[in-house]
Design a protein around this ligand. Sequence first.
Ligand code: NI
Length: 154
Amino acid sequence: MQRITISIDDALLETVDRLGRQRGYQSRSEAMRDIVREAAVADGSVMAGDAPCMATLTFVFEHETRDLARRLTLAQHDHHELSVSTLHVHVDHRDCLEVMVLRGTVYQVKAFADAVITQRGVRHGSLHLIPIDSGEGHGHPHLHGHGAHQHHQG
Ligand code: NI
């Protein structure tokens, strides 16, 4: 364990303390460690690039800017193996909110998210990665194809 000194403005420190009170941390150090851990998990930086994950990609975009609505739909078709589902909400005359659910490797999901978020006209882009394990060990058999559905006769 190392001791470091950090500079932080009053407003941000108040946020740390408020989160600390809400979550019941014993100290600022503990609060900061956990917040950083959380951020590291959410952006996938503690996960191997080839690790399987699910993710939500949330962003707002101006649907008429540079034909963005059509281009973003095309991007999802180009990566249909990653794109599990998309929720589209028409926020107002100009803006749309999309929440995409993605599934793939950490590297694939991050590359796709970066390509979307960095488009001009896309705002409030946020990717949240969720590590997934192999599906074993939960007491549920994990079957695909033959055996996934059992049809009993008689
Ligand atoms: Ni819309």
